[in-house]
Design a protein around this ligand. Structure first.
Ligand code: CS2
Length: 490
């Protein structure tokens, strides 16, 4: 079977095709973190923008760690299929907005040429929470992050971290008089624009204080809320595409039909017409970010840990389990109660949509995917929500339960004794902390709550919070996850 590399020969009756000629559009966006989420989200919005308004806004993806993404997309001239999964037949579309992928560790010069080109006007990122090198305690760079430390020691000669790459590119642009680009974080971090701005400024200040001043004056860092559930690509993704299109697509990606993007309109060097794809431009993204992080992502983390320990492979299986579905509902409503008003959104309807999205039977979204990187995900999703609940004198129980579920999961053993990898950047630290603890709920909770910079002090010193975490964790350990869940529902 031939490999996808051109639109020629593809049948519009079987697959939605770009209504524009991709190769006629130059590159305007360099996107760090060229994984599945780039393909299901910014790639699609930019595809719509190119179709509606044209312009030189194609995306060059950058892979910071894995060569595989480049090998998937480059032989295909950046073309890929996005398969939308809902109850009816899978809906494939070819996306034409991605031009290719640069593998940063091996193509440093090429990457810098791209980033310093006048034509590059936006550098966007989906590098996951752990990719930022953020020290949550100080809100600044985490100097113990190996990539950040290496970049600072090498004074950005050959940067490895995303923050280092952006700072080095901005330095060269300033020196050459090229002008700034917009830095657009598309990760699940509250105030993601402010976070990346602070980190880039922090790095610039340590290397070249004048550069920091130039960045502060000229570069914009809009915050965004991004949303589209994008499972890991599976064998069926490839076989469906091959069957429907008659070509082999090694970059095929699948996602749910729902998609949302709320963006602060602060672009210092222009932007595509993303409204064409339905993006919403607002003055303040914060309420939308909080809504999505606490309601969707918070419930996701809760259901991932609890569901995984109960043997549910997919999110849809969790929603088929009446006890767990009830717990998910409780969590989503409790999270909604911590939110400020969100302009134009009815939170009850948003919650209902979430239950529908989680229950989508055509999606194979693994609890194990969502369970990874817990130390990075819990603070914004669970702990910050708990802090607001505490201020408002609302129940802490849903958030404490999610935390206890993570603690039970962090032990790395299923109830039947099978072990698994945590897949967390602090995995070694967690293992060391647990090795030093006795196996009781008290011992485990103390070890994990004691991980530096993880749980906010206000929660750690709240006796209600501690009692609730201990009670739930005790049930997980002594009676098992089913009993722990059932006890919550009484
Ligand atoms: C998930 C997210 O990985 C996770 O923990 O909660 O990837 C989630 O699917 C997306 O944020 C949905 O937009």
């Amino acid at each position: 079977m031939t490999r996808l590399s051109t639109l020629e020969g593809l049948e519009p009756a079987k697959v939605t095709l770009p209504s524009y000629a991709p190769q006629e559009h130059g590159i305007g966006i360099v996107h760090l973190g060229a994984g599945a989420f780039m393909r299901s989200h910014i790639g699609v919005y930019t595809d719509e923008a190119l179709a509606a308004g044209g312009g030189d806004w194609r995306i060059m993806g950058v892979s910071l760690r894995s060569r595989a993404v480049a090998e998937q997309l480059n032989p295909q001239n950046g073309l890929y299929t996005l398969v939308e999964r809902a109850a009816d037949a899978p809906k494939p579309r070819i996306v034409g907005s991605v031009a290719g992928v640069v593998f940063a560790p091996e193509q440093h010069e090429h990457l810098m040429t791209l980033l310093t080109a006048q034509s590059t006007r936006i550098v966007s990122l989906t590098i996951t929470e752990k990719g930022y090198g953020l020290d949550r305690k100080t809100g600044r760079l985490d100097l113990s992050d190996p990539a950040i430390a290496a970049d600072l020691n090498g004074t950005l000669a050959r940067p490895a971290s995303a923050v280092g790459i952006i700072t080095a590119a901005l330095q060269q642009r300033r020196d050459a008089g090229t002008g700034p680009f917009t830095v657009l974080s598309c990760d699940n971090l509250p105030h993601n624009g402010e976070v990346i701005r602070t980190l880039v400024l922090d790095m610039a200040e340590r290397i070249d204080p004048d550069l920091a001043a130039w960045i502060a004056q000229t570069v914009t860092f809009p915050s965004t809320m991004v949303d589209r559930i994008t499972p890991v690509t599976r064998e069926e993704t490839f076989t469906d595409v091959a069957r429907i299109l008659g070509v082999e697509d090694r970059a095929a990606t699948e996602a749910e039909p729902f998609v949302q993007w709320v963006i602060e309109d602060a672009f210092c060097a222009g932007r595509p017409n993303w409204e064409a794809g339905g993006a919403l431009f607002v003055e303040d993204v914060a309420p939308f970010e909080l809504m999505k992080l606490r309601m969707l992502n918070g419930a996701h983390s809760l259901l991932a840990y609890t569901g995984f320990l109960l043997g549910h492979r997919y999110v849809r299986d969790v929603m088929d389990d009446p006890d767990l579905a009830a717990l998910v509902r409780r969590h989503v409503h409790a999270a909604a109660d911590t939110l400020p008003p969100v302009p134009g959104i009815d939170l009850a309807l948003y919650a209902n949509d979430l239950f529908g999205r989680f229950s989508n039977r055509a999606m194979a979204d693994e609890t194990y995917r969502i369970a990874m990187d817990g130390t990075q995900k819990l603070p914004p999703r669970i702990f910050e929500a708990a802090l607001t609940a505490r201020e408002r004198k609302q129940s802490l129980a849903p958030f404490a339960f999610a935390t206890a579920a993570w603690m039970a999961y962090a032990r790395g053993v299923k109830p039947d004794g099978e072990t698994y990898a945590l897949r967390d950047p602090r995995e070694a630290e967690i293992a060391a902390a647990l090795a030093g603890a006795d196996g009781s709920a008290e011992g485990i909770a103390a070890a994990l709550l004691g991980l530096p910079g993880l749980v906010p002090q206000e929660l750690k010193s709240d006796s209600d919070w501690n009692d609730l975490v201990l009670l739930a964790l005790g049930r997980f350990l002594e009676e098992g996850p089913r009993a722990a869940v059932k006890a919550e529902l009484i």
